[in-house]
Design a protein around this ligand. Structure first.
Ligand code: NAP
Length: 469
């Protein structure tokens, strides 16, 4: 090994199920990095000349590859990050395909030239050009659902893509590569790197990278911004959330309870747009809380490989310790727990196995109502009406989504106008609709994926202004 290769590190996937090592990989060397960037640039020059329909065909084949391998891919998700096997297949059999196929359906129209109004003696149009090579840095919590949002549009638009996945789910990056290889993607158009944070910064600094799509924590988002500071390239930063829900007195309570419980605890609460805090109108507070508590008690916490398990471990013991600490601080400050982790036999201090906790008598002086928990805990706060609910929903450093539960569409529209979030839901939560822009405000970051706007970041406009001789 020469001096340049000496900086390689080893990344290990430690399963939250039982601390076993699922896989380990060496990170790229400086020489690898240069070669990956070269290959990406060379391949992209040819890929951008491939017709959009042919790009769609290859992406469609890759999506079908995932369908055909859904069982294996789901088991691998469970082993890597602990989601119950009862839920892991949905990651690739539902939203993943819906988003990839929707973006593919938009591509011919959205990527076509935009003609300027007719002007005698001129041809004028705006062409969307690929930005070159797109670097995608992905998180473990929804390893395919998050990465698909940029990988597919970037490729459809004629870019090459380099994917660096979270260490926790690095096998997902390799599955992506397998899918594209099986789909007939030309060499170098899609590549995977196992990389340290320093490697990511070095990639971003390289002039061959044209855009960085990052999904993850606020702290890491700052690091990405910092790494890109000397470059005039775009960064998409899809960061944290503390998404609120507001239950109005006219809500369908049965539906509101079921959906809010699922929104709070699916994936052990490790969802960027999961419900993290709930405000309930006085008039329905007792009924909502009673129903919420009863539904929470139906969860089965345990080994996620068991098909009967509906709540798996958190991703690691330190994330669970963070949530336990938030809960302890809230209790010390006067909150009451109506459901505690101790009701769940498999919940064990010092491990990632953490039963769900339902807290009431909470307020915004408590971390639990302001700091992202990213775990199976919920604070439910009583409110007197719409005005107080909107004030509290907006009292946050984050702004990803907010959901309203009501039969009154006009009221929801009016409330929605005042909410400082990227998405406003009515009678729905924790969902990405590919027809709509996925975006956030405040510390949730900047940039947009999905919808026609999802192509903006991975393309740049070039104006053709031709006067006939
Ligand atoms: P994370 O620690 O920030 O990691 C995300 C990705 O960034 C991983 O690939 C990680 O690699 C890499 N990374 C971390 N620090 C880095 C640095 N300083 N420089 C370069 N790369 C770095 O986040 P996470 O814990 O995996 O994910 C949870 C967070 O993501 C939550 O805050 C959640 O809300 C947010 N999220 C947001 C959305 C959204 O759409 N807004 C969607 C999903 C998740 P390593 O694993 O190798 O460290």
């Amino acid at each position: 090994m020469d001096g340049k290769n000496a900086r390689m590190a080893v990344q290990r996937i430690v399963s939250p199920i039982d601390n076993s090592i699922v896989a380990e990989r060496e990170t790229i060397t400086e020489r690898d990095r240069a070669a990956v960037l070269d290959r990406a640039a060379t391949a992209q020059r040819e890929w951008r000349a491939v017709a959009v329909d042919a790009r769609i065909t290859i992406c469609e084949r890759a999506v079908s590859w995932f369908e055909a391998h859904a069982d294996d891919v789901a088991a691998e998700i469970t082993a890597q990050m602990g989601r119950p096997i009862a839920h892991s297949p949905y990651e690739i059999t539902r939203g993943f395909q819906e988003r990839a196929r929707y973006m593919a359906s938009l591509a011919p129209r959205v990527l076509a030239d935009t003609d300027a109004p007719t002007k005698e003696g001129f041809t004028r149009f705006i062409r969307r050009e690929p930005v070159g090579t797109v670097l995608v840095v992905a998180p473990w919590n929804y390893p395919y659902l998050t990465s698909v949002n940029t990988i597919v549009p970037a490729l459809l638009a004629g870019n090459s893509v380099i994917l660096k996945h979270a260490t926790q789910t690095l096998l997902c990056a390799e599955r992506w590569a397998e899918a594209f290889a099986a789909a007939g993607m030309p060499d170098g158009v899609f590549q995977v790197v196992h990389a340290t944070h320093a490697d990511v910064a070095a990639l971003i600094a390289d002039p061959r990278i044209g855009f960085v799509a990052f999904t993850g924590s606020v702290d890491a988002g700052h690091s990405i911004n910092h790494a890109a500071r000397e470059r005039f390239i775009g960064t998409g930063l899809e960061l944290g959330g503390k998404d609120p829900s507001y239950v109005r007195p006219d809500a369908d309570l049965v539906e509101a309870i079921a959906e809010n419980v699922d929104g709070a605890f699916f994936n052990a609460g490790q969802s960027c747009c999961g419900i993290e805090r709930i405000y309930v109108h006085d008039d329905v507070y007792e009924a909502f809380v009673d129903g919420f508590v009863a539904a929470t008690r139906t969860y089965v916490l345990g080994d996620p490989r068991d098909p009967a398990t509906t709540l798996g471990p958190m991703v690691n013991a330190s994330s669970a310790a963070f949530v336990r600490d938030q809960i302890a601080a809230a209790l010390a400050a006067g909150a009451r727990a109506l459901v505690t982790e101790h009701e769940f036999v498999a919940s064990q201090a010092g491990t990632p196995y953490l039963g769900p906790t339902v807290l009431v008598d909470v307020d915004h002086s408590m971390r639990i109502m302001r700091e992202e928990s990213f775990g199976p805990v919920i604070g439910i706060q009583r409110v007197s009406g719409d005005e107080e609910a909107v004030r509290l929903m907006n009292d946050s450093d984050y702004g990803l989504t907010a959901s309203i539960w009501s039969r009154d569409v006009d009221a929801a529209l009016a409330l929605g106008n005042g909410l400082e979030t990227g998405t406003v839901f009515l009678n729905r939560c924790d969902y990405l609709d590919p027809a709509l822009a996925w975006t956030g405000v405040k510390d949730t970051g900047h940039g947009t994926t999905l919808s026609p706007l999802g192509f903006d970041a991975v393309t740049r406009p070039k104006s053709f202004h031709l006067r006939f001789p």
